[in-house]
Design a protein around this ligand. Structure first.
Ligand code: GLU
Length: 325
């Protein structure tokens, strides 16, 4: 899945070259997704039964720029569920309304090195979940939100952050998740037993499942990436949603924890603050410049989109987008 090659010399700011590289990135993403399905190394998530219906060999890439430019290839209009990428939105709401100190009195800022839905460290190493990008941390953050917000308010926030008014709840996925979400229930009840989870675990879980089941597309994820890239401001309306200091926090956590326990490798090989979800999406932000959204439901063993990683690695490598380039 990961590949290395010489970087040819060209002007990385030339619009024509950028268009070419984005096209190549899409082709790489599609090819990697298709190959993974053929050789069995990639498949759609099936632990939530409704997600298994996705066509794993599809792929789409959308890049939005803050001057209004947009380049999209492949399946960028197709709707799928946001899943873990909603953790970014939930964290943004928590920071905006409860602030940094309150939010991080319930959750840490450390990569966990464990699977996204792991319970082990929660009971054996620390009472506080490791970070808001894994299920335990996101459920904890949601327990703050579910006591203070209605789902419709969070949905409205998601629409604004993604610059997409057509985001709705995918009822079938929500029901499927809710029916089979016993592991998340276990996490919520462990947190409750430790006195950390605020309020009612079932209400928290219901809201968590609903936020995971928002239907987005690669364009919405590019929109989310763009607002994050633009320090919390919608570049087209000028409306500011979140304080830029909080955006720095969110981007840092995406960088260190956004791709589950593949985050370290992804930081080295791609190096762009990103968040993945098991619905096949990745949102990525190139600070001050671009929002990138990908859709490719073929996931690797860590639960990350194979096509998405391949495309983002190509763009990062060719256009020098790694934070430390
Ligand atoms: N709703 C999924 C879960 O809680 C989200 C997981 C993910 O995308 O990482 O299992």
């Amino acid at each position: 899945m990961y590949f290395t090659y010489e970087r040819p010399a060209f002007d990385v700011n030339d619009p024509g070259e950028i268009q070419r590289v984005i096209r190549e990135a899409y082709e790489n993403g599609l090819e990697n997704a298709q190959l993974s399905v053929e050789d069995g190394s990639g498949k759609a998530a099936d632990y939530i039964p409704e997600l298994a219906k996705a066509k794993a060999d599809e792929f789409g890439l959308c890049v939005k720029a803050n001057d209004g430019g947009m380049i999209c290839h492949g399946e960028t209009k197709k709707r799928f569920t946001i899943q873990s990428i909603s953790k970014v939105i939930n964290l943004a709401v928590s920071l905006k309304y409860f602030g940094f100190r309150e939010t991080f009195s319930y959750v840490q800022m450390e990569p966990s090195g464990d699977d996204f839905n792991s319970i082990i460290k929660l009971d054996m190493v620390s009472n506080l979940p490791f970070n808001p990008m894994i299920n335990a941390g996101a459920i904890q953050v949601m327990s703050l939100l579910s006591e203070n917000f209605e789902f419709e308010e969070l949905l409205d926030f998601a629409r604004k952050l993604c610059m997409d008014d057509d985001i709705v709840l995918n009822e079938a996925v929500y029901r499927s998740e809710s029916r089979t979400g016993d592991r998340n229930r276990a996490i919520a009840y462990i947190l409750k037993s430790k006195g950390i989870l605020q309020g009612d675990p079932d209400k928290t879980l219901d809201m968590y499942f609903k936020m995971c089941s928002l239907s987005v597309n690669a364009e919405s994820l590019a929109g989310l990436g763009l607002v994050l890239a633009n320090n919390g401001q919608n570049p087209f309306t000028g409306k500011h949603f979140i304080h830029r200091g909080y955006i720095r926090t969110i981007r840092s956590l995406m960088y260190t924890c956004g791709l589950y326990n593949e985050s370290g490798k992804y930081a080295v090989l791609v190096g762009i603050p990103s968040k993945s979800g098991v619905g096949g999406g990745i949102t990525a932000c190139v600070p001050g410049r671009w929002g990138i959204g990908t859709f490719g439901p073929a996931l690797n063993k860590k639960g990350n989109s194979i096509g998405g990683i391949a495309a983002l690695q190509h763009m990062s490598h060719m256009l020098h987008l790694n934070t430390f380039d």
